[in-house]
Write a protein that binds this ligand. Structure first.
Ligand code: SF4
Ligand code: SF4
Length: 334
């Protein structure tokens, strides 16, 4: 992987050069939260944000997505993929997209997701963990791929890792904005990463996690938390790796209709309901526990279904903490 340097004074020009690719979406402060929004100027971007409420998933699988439209008795495909730049993704969110890729790009390929993914230029950015982050313990605190360019903060600019051919092209086309990396820059990069690694306050011990969950299916801790949980589904909506959806047809007239795909939540009572009236997860306890088993499932090719972004903790109205629940479940086996 090639490393180059973007000096601070060239940051704005670099940002503007990305407009040649497409509209730029970046984290912006909205009241007390951050959100990926379209931006025109570099100064609008919250470079030091911790996490957005909705992850970048929303650009590829939208909360409500018109996938087909019936017009005068003929179905039309609803895919609308415009070239965009997603600027300022953190490493955990890049890993989250890689997990979604496994789902949507494996056969059968989801054409809506694929078209949007191919037209998106991704610029990652380094971050410092806050009290909610636990990505380091899941190995998602550093991205080696899944981005076009990745910017690491330096005292006088940015160390840029180039992660794709498209990234190389953008750097090539704007060669006058970049410099070669010096030993001093690499020293600052390593110091930043060390400081960052030592700043994590939470972790999920991976050792024996699968066995622990097998043994703890009837732990009383699930029941205690299921009684506090409001079953609002917020944790699903904000999670970068949740991908359950439902498809509904909305009829406008006998010859006009819209087929819509929209986010679903495993906390909803009808999520486990199947034909014949059987419900696989009829109680809140079943649904609460299910989410932890889903997120802690380990796939050897893509890792866990959780990237440790901390969104489900920060945005849970019942203040339920993912790591704490798993710690207590583990503790209940002793
Ligand atoms: S966000 Fe919290 S309260 Fe809402 S469903 Fe998830 S765990 Fe329960
Ligand atoms: S389960 Fe929570 S911490 Fe893990 S990826 Fe989803 S929102 Fe982030």
């Amino acid at each position: 992987m090639r490393y180059i340097k973007l000096p601070s004074e060239n940051f704005e020009k670099f940002f503007n050069s990305l407009k040649a690719w497409g509209s730029i979406y970046a984290p912006v402060k909205r009241g007390s939260i951050y959100s990926f929004q379209e931006v025109q100027r570099a100064e609008e971007v919250a470079l030091d944000y911790n996490r957005t409420m909705l992850p970048p998933k929303k650009f590829f699988v939208r909360p409500r997505d018109e996938i087909l439209r019936l017009k005068n008795g003929r179905w039309e495909n609803g895919t609308d993929a415009e070239p965009i730049v997603l600027f300022g993704l953190h490493s955990c969110d890049i890993h989250g997209l890689k997990i979604l890729d496994k789902v949507y790009l494996d056969e059968p390929v989801d054409p809506y997701y694929k078209a949007r993914r191919e037209k998106t230029f991704i610029v990652g950015i380094s971050c410092m963990p806050d009290e909610y982050c636990f990505c380091k313990s899941l190995g998602t605190h550093f991205a080696m791929d899944g981005f076009d360019l990745f910017l690491h903060e330096l005292p006088d600019g940015w160390l840029v890792r180039i992660g794709s051919v498209r990234g190389h092209e953008i750097v090539w086309e704007n060669g006058e904005l970049f410099e070669e990396v010096t030993d001093e820059d690499l020293k600052h990069f390593k110091e930043f990463e060390e400081r960052r690694a030592n700043a994590f306050q939470k972790e999920i011990p991976q050792e024996g996690l699968a066995d622990m969950l097998d043994l703890a299916y009837n732990s009383p801790v699930w029941k205690e938390y299921a009684e506090i949980c409001l079953a609002c589904g917020n944790c699903n909506m904000v999670c970068p790796t949740c991908r359950c959806y439902e498809v509904c047809d909305k009829w406008i007239s006998a010859y006009d209709a819209v087929r819509e795909r929209r986010y679903d939540s495993c906390f909803m009572e009808n999520h486990g309901l199947v034909a014949g009236g059987h419900n696989f997860r009829p109680t809140r306890l079943d649904r609460f526990r299910h989410r932890y088993y889903c997120k802690s499932y380990f796939d050897p090719s893509s890792g866990y279904n959780c990237v440790g972004c901390g969104r489900c903790d920060e945005f849970c109205p019942a203040k339920i903490e993912h790591v704490k629940v798993l710690e207590e479940v583990r503790g209940s086996l002793r």
